[in-house]
Design a protein around this ligand. Structure first.
Ligand code: ATP
Ligand code: MG
Length: 273
């Protein structure tokens, strides 16, 4: 039986001076362009409803500006919604106070960033162990765990190197090892592979798929590339102007695109060699 882990309901995010005052317009279907022209507010997300199951790789895909980063940043409340609800397991994420939010961020989820976001003056080992440092775990224990993950992502031997001494792909392996080292239930990956060369990128996709076979994490993965989405996603949500156009398995998306926007992505993938 699938078990929902992340549940997002009726989520709206409007950027601007007084989001609450324009919310009714957005709820009544005001277009993103018109809202911006008439009120100076930008629709980030409109009425997002989705569930992500435990152990699933759930991909959110869409063009630049469609709201992908806005959506993923709600999960750890780097962004606060205008209205809506977010649950992770039994936790009502929007009800967490500062202290429980920090604990939630530290234990439940980890983020892998597009530009790696490594600490430049720390070694690979120190970078990977970093999430454990702020958990006050003894150094020996931290290092032992960090070494396990460094090995897992194929970087054994690089423990004492600094990020600048590594290639982009290697740096992103460090980012992945760092995220996994705290043993989070959920991995948030915002365009994590988008800055990499095509060959390295497809190696990283394979690595993630391989790791996922053993680890069965719940992964929320953002990309603007349908090809990547189809490769790694169990299900894919397609975002357009802050709204979900379609949620489906790779086969469902390919065989039954819900609208012209989705169909255009599918045509692009089919055309690729
Ligand atoms: N802090 C902000 N203030 C105002 N508008 C914002 C802010 N953050 C995002 N937006 C707007 O919200 C919309 C969604 O942006 P978002 O960054 O989520 O898109 P994205 O799908 O991640 O794009 P990309 O692929 O370029 O990263 C855009 O129209 C953007 O201009
Ligand atoms: Mg983004």
């Amino acid at each position: 039986m699938p078990e929902p882990l992340i549940r997002i309901a009726n989520l709206y995010k409007i950027f601007g001076k007084t989001p609450e005052t324009v919310l009714p317009l957005v709820q009544n279907g005001q277009s993103k362009d018109t809202l911006l022209a008439e009120t100076g507010h930008t629709i980030g997300l409109r009425d997002i409803n989705l569930t992500v199951e435990k152990g699933e790789v759930f991909v959110v895909m869409g063009l630049s500006g469609s709201g992908k980063s806005t959506l993923i940043r709600h999960l750890n409340r780097l962004i606060e919604p205008t209205t809506g609800s977010i649950h992770v397991g039994e936790t009502d994420v929007l009800a967490l106070n500062q202290e429980s939010l920090e604990a939630f961020r530290r234990h439940k989820l980890s983020m892998v960033f597009q530009r790696f976001a490594l600490l430049p003056h720390r070694t690979v080992l120190e970078n990977v162990a970093f999430g454990l440092t702020i958990r006050e775990i003894a150094k020996d224990e931290r290092d032992t765990q960090a070494r396990v993950w460094i090995e897992r992502v194929g970087l054994a031997g690089y423990e004492d190197q600094f990020p600048a001494q590594l290639s982009g792909g290697q740096q992103q392996r460090v980012g992945l090892a760092r995220a996994l080292c705290t043993n989070p239930e959920i991995l948030l990956m915002d365009e994590a592979f988008s800055a990499l060369d095509p060959l390295i990128r497809s190696e990283m996709q394979q690595q993630l798929i391989g790791l996922q076979k053993d680890l069965q994490k719940t992964v929320l993965f953002i990309t603007h590339d349908l090809d990547e989405a189809l490769r790694i996603g169990d299900r894919i949500a397609i975002l357009k102007d802050g709204e979900i156009s379609q949620v489906g398995t790779p086969d469902e998306i390919l065989e039954n695109p819900a609208d012209d926007y989705v169909a255009a992505f599918v045509r692009d993938v089919r055309r690729a060699p």
